[in-house]
Write a protein that binds this ligand. Structure first.
Ligand SMILES: Cc1cc2nc3c(=O)[nH]c(=O)nc-3n(C[C@H](O)[C@H](O)[C@H](O)COP(=O)(O)OP(=O)(O)OC[C@H]3O[C@@H](n4cnc5c(N)ncnc54)[C@H](O)[C@@H]3O)c2cc1C
Length: 452
């Protein structure tokens, strides 16, 4: 098994027994500065002649990561046989079609992390992809606004991170903030011009269409993978499709299942030392008189312990403005409203090993996020700290998204992207924000280096 995440890519010395020790190993490798053992894989993708019903590559998940893998592979190997399996009726049904649409520039991520590396590359890749395929985007820039002395101190770290990540941030004082954005108030801010907005569902659909046009890709919607096997010769998946059971086999299998990443790792018969917990992000759409309230994205200073960025004011492709998202534990992996769950799912969630430790460790954030979901007025008060003219009466309903966030059995939020691989199968294990921005570099990393 290979695990790669964070500072350097890591190959576990003995992966024959398929025990996953992802986080424990990573902690040891990162904190103890273990010598990292590199295992040399043939970097070139081998496309072979295969018989009927044997694919060169099967990809699971039609979110942006699965689509980016399909696009990158089919572009390079148009004569390959590739299948993409998705349980929903269309692409981008989950995280990819329910996010803020921000093309992140890499403001917050520790230098050397995969998030920092892939986000920076992904910014350029996403802008180029949008230009090449005429997908709407706007590089509108972003202000991170501090509204207290304590937050002003925290801006120093963010400013340093921006510089280390090759951005050219600008410090802006209180007057400068209102000169740039007349509706925004703050003590001080950081301005980053690289950040942009786009429509990730449109990018995903375009990637799949390009891969399909190459002639290499077949797509099967409404196929839910329910079993995964690996033998010396093949990877085989079993799917449920309208009451029928179907099997497909391939030389290689790449699984990009978002919030179900942990379930599919276990379906392969591997131990999984983390759980994917569903963190719901609720948004509101602002009344149309706020469509042009700002010309940039406005973010608060985030809590450095959390991987979430705080409730921000976001110009959206389509010309409207949203506020959000908060971050509350959802009662189910696709519980966009609180009723989309079952007793069985609640029971399973309650038994997730890291859950109770996480809730205790981050109890302050848990309580304050819960308050935002219970009270619109409280939600609005978070925005009023930097944009006093918005009230809860300006809120209209808007779709929620559910983040797939890996949490270790110790209740730690896994901060960086993480992948888990055996001989023929690779799972994208932790790919929360900014993974939409980073999808193309993530796909290249999977295909070029780690796996095939
Ligand atoms: C509220 C919110 C805001 C965000 N904002 C941003 C942002 O502004 N910028 C940014 O860069 N990132 C953002 N992100 C993160 C980004 O959206 C995700 O990191 C990215 O979309 C992950 O893509 P994915 O393909 O891994 O997952 P998904 O889009 O969730 O796709 C996974 C797919 O796998 C399918 N699947 C799962 N299990 C099975 C199975 N058993 N069989 C078949 N198919 C299966 C699912 O149906 C789904 O279609 C945000 C996320 C959220 C939730």
């Amino acid at each position: 098994m290979i695990v790669f995440a964070g500072v350097q890519d890591i190959a576990l010395p003995d992966y024959r027994d398929y025990r996953i020790c992802t986080h424990r190993f990573l902690n040891r490798a990162h904190n103890g500065r273990l010598p990292v053992i590199f295992k040399c894989y043939d970097a070139q993708l081998q496309v072979k002649e295969v018989g009927e019903k044997t694919y060169d590559l099967i990809i699971v998940g039609a979110g942006i990561i699965g689509a980016a893998v399909a696009y990158t592979y089919c572009k390079k190997y148009p004569t390959a046989r590739v299948m993409l399996i998705e349980k929903s009726t269309k692409p981008a049904s989950h995280q990819t079609g329910r996010n803020s649409g921000v093309i992140h520039a890499g403001v917050y991520y520790p230098p050397g992390s995969l998030k920092a590396k892939y986000c920076r590359q992904g910014l350029e890749d996403t802008l180029r992809f949008c230009q090449d395929y005429t997908i709407p985007f706007e590089q509108c820039g972003k202000l991170v606004v501090a509204t207290s002395d304590k937050e002003v101190e925290a801006l120093d770290t963010i400013f340093d991170r921006c510089q280390q990540n090759d951005l050219s941030p600008q410090r802006v004082n209180a007057k400068g903030i209102t000169d740039m954005e007349p509706h925004i108030r703050g003590e001080e801010a950081i301005y980053v011009s690289h950040t942009g907005i786009t429509d990730y569902a449109a990018i995903t659909a375009c990637m799949l269409e390009q891969a399909r046009l190459s002639g290499a890709l077949e797509i099967r919607y409404q196929h839910a993978v329910c079993d995964i096997e690996e033998s010396d010769a093949f990877a085989t998946i079993t799917c449920q499709c309208s009451g029928e059971t179907k099997q497909y086999r391939a030389e290689k299998l790449i699984i990009c299942a978002g919030v179900y990443a942990d379930s599919l790792i276990r379906q392969q018969g591997l131990d999984c030392e983390f759980s994917i917990l569903p963190f719901k992000g609720e948004y509101f759409k602002l009344h149309s008189r706020f469509d042009d309230i700002t010309s940039r994205l406005i973010y608060p200073v985030p809590d450095p312990a959390m991987p979430f960025l705080g409730v921000h004011l976001t110009r959206m492709i389509g010309g409207y403005t949203t506020v959000g998202p908060n971050a509350v534990l959802a009662p189910g992996k696709e519980a966009y409203n609180n009723y989309q769950t079952s007793l069985a799912e609640l029971w399973q969630l309650g038994r997730s090993p890291g859950l109770w430790k996480l809730l205790w460790k981050y109890r302050q954030s848990v309580v304050s996020e819960l308050a935002t979901t219970l009270s619109k007025r409280h939600y609005a008060s978070l925005i009023q700290r930097y944009c006093p003219s918005v009230t809860e009466h300006d809120f209209a309903p808007y779709r929620a998204g559910i983040r797939a966030q890996a949490v270790t059995h110790d209740g730690e939020l896994m901060q960086d992207f993480c992948f888990v691989a055996s001989e023929r199968i690779l799972h994208v294990a932790n790919a929360p924000s900014p993974a939409a921005t980073s999808a193309l570099p993530i796909a290249r990393a999977i295909l070029d280096r780690a796996f095939l």
